[in-house]
Design a protein around this ligand. Structure first.
Ligand code: NAD
Length: 418
């Protein structure tokens, strides 16, 4: 394994290089697969409620379009930059290929702290950013979805802006929309359901009983909160969760539904929830639990703390939470890592279902969506586990080998234009 510096882009490039070497790809094809097809930076002027003008920077990267239109979330976060968006877009390429979904990989974002903006400011910012992207996105070109700091309302504004510019209602331009404008039943919980399915497959593979399994989850947002709830409902003991302000711990187990209600009723953080002890995000990662689910940001398990991770299984709800160096340490220590492009693939799976329903203008029941999600997740998990076992490689490497090989095959089959 080649080691990188720990940035998301470096980690993504190391993972690709490992897969390319395993597959024996030639240098030219490897470089083609590494290089983003399109990367755009846009300025997003925003008129604040107080009359001041601020100019934000937005990005959209279409990493690879060989297997279909671009697909990937839009992130609003202060540390978002082009390098991070490139890495996230590359992971989307391998994830869609691994999940067997006919999409390429893309990602976008704005460097901004959305919590500091009013709802009206967020709407103006989103619409201006979307207007800049109109020539690039579309149901057959590139289909955004929510990510960190964005939600279904953000998608509704993008859909409306795009539709207004093109002169017709285009529900299929984004996924993760509200149900009232062509969203899919089951999309809101899809990533978390997928994390649960991947985690349960890992428990079965390692002969563990879900009822005797303790779990810590970093991040209590769209992915982390529902993952906590589904795991609790399925019998696991979720002992710790956290958000950007810190974490809460109860060795007897938390009640995620009560915590979700607590936030819905106006609490700004999980910290201070009655009946819990406070702990830091660093402590949470090192907690003595069976399973750790990082579900916040990338690069949280590094060369600094990988030796101190106690969990025997890590299921990556977040994209890129483990750096390439940390990955090697965890592998040497025998920690099983269910990689992001597999573990959180449930989100893009149901985004794909949403797009299919939009294109057909025919909608499925939540049970149908969940059944199809289960089938995709279980097929992808068993393909990865089988390759990892037969070739004696990590789940991470196996997942990348499958994803990268499918994209490489698409390039070979299509040939190079001109
Ligand atoms: P979100 O914005 O809904 O939630 C993010 C959570 O992480 C919040 O609880 C926030 O407080 C916390 N957080 C932020 N910074 C933190 C820090 N420095 N330390 C600890 N916690 C921090 O975002 P989300 O949609 O839940 O996405 C979380 C991760 O899952 C991201 O890596 C995202 O790319 C990935 N992901 C999301 C989806 C999806 O459908 N939303 C799909 C696949 C992957």
């Amino acid at each position: 394994m080649i080691l990188g510096s720990g940035s998301a882009w470096d980690t993504a490039c190391v993972q690709l290089a490992n897969a390319a070497r395993h597959l024996g790809l030639d240098d030219g094809l490897h470089e083609l697969l590494r290089t983003p097809r399109r990367a755009i930076t846009v300025s997003v002027p925003l008129l604040r409620d107080d009359g001041q003008l601020m100019v934000l920077t937005g990005y959209r990267v279409q990493h690879n379009l060989a297997r279909g239109p671009g697909k990937g979330g839009i992130r609003y976060h202060p540390s978002t930059d082009l390098e991070e968006v490139k890495a996230l877009a590359m992971w989307m390429t391998w994830k869609c290929a691994l999940m067997g979904i006919p999409y390429g990989g893309a990602k976008g974002g704005i460097a901004v702290e959305p919590a500091l903006l009013s709802r009206q400011e967020r709407e103006r910012m989103t619409r201006r950013y979307a207007a800049e992207l109109v020539p690039l996105i579309g149901p057959e070109k590139d289909i955004p979805a929510p990510d960190v700091g964005t939600d279904e309302q953000t998608m509704a504004w993008i859909m409306d802006t795009y539709s207004t510019h093109t002169g017709h209602t285009a529900t299929g331009v984004v996924t993760g929309k509200p149900l009232s404008i062509g969203g899919s039943a089951g999309r809101a919980g899809a990533t978390s359901r997928g994390v649960q399915l991947a985690l349960f497959a890992a428990l079965r593979q390692t002969g563990r009983d879900p009822h005797a399994t303790t779990v810590a989850i970093q991040g209590f947002g769209k992915v982390g909160a529902l993952t906590a709830q589904y795991l609790h409902d399925a019998g696991c003991k979720v002992v710790a969760v956290s958000d950007v302000k810190g974490g809460v711990y109860n060795p007897q187990g938390l009640n995620p539904a009560a915590l979700i209600r607590h936030l819905a009723e106006g609490a700004e953080t999980v910290v201070g929830f009655p009946g819990t002890d406070t702990l830091t995000n660093d402590d949470l990662l090192e907690l003595d639990v069976d399973v750790l689910v990082p579900a916040a940001l990338e690069g949280v398990i590094t060369i600094e703390n990988a030796d101190r991770i106690s969990a025997r299984i890590i299921v990556e709800g977040a994209n890129g939470p483990v750096t390439a160096e940390a990955d090697r340490i965890l592998e040497d220590r025998g920690v099983m890592v269910v990689p992001d492009i597999l573990a959180n693939g449930g989100g893009v799976a149901v985004s794909y279902f949403e797009w299919v329903q939009d294109m057909q203008a025919y909608f499925w029941s939540e049970d149908e969506v969940n059944d199809r999600l289960r089938a995709l997740m279980e097929r992808a998990y068993s393909e990865v586990a089988m390759l990892a076992t037969t070739q004696g490689i990590s789940m991470r490497k196996a997942a990348h080998v499958i994803g990268v090989s499918r994209v490489a095959e698409a390039h070979r089959t299509r040939g190079l234009y001109p």
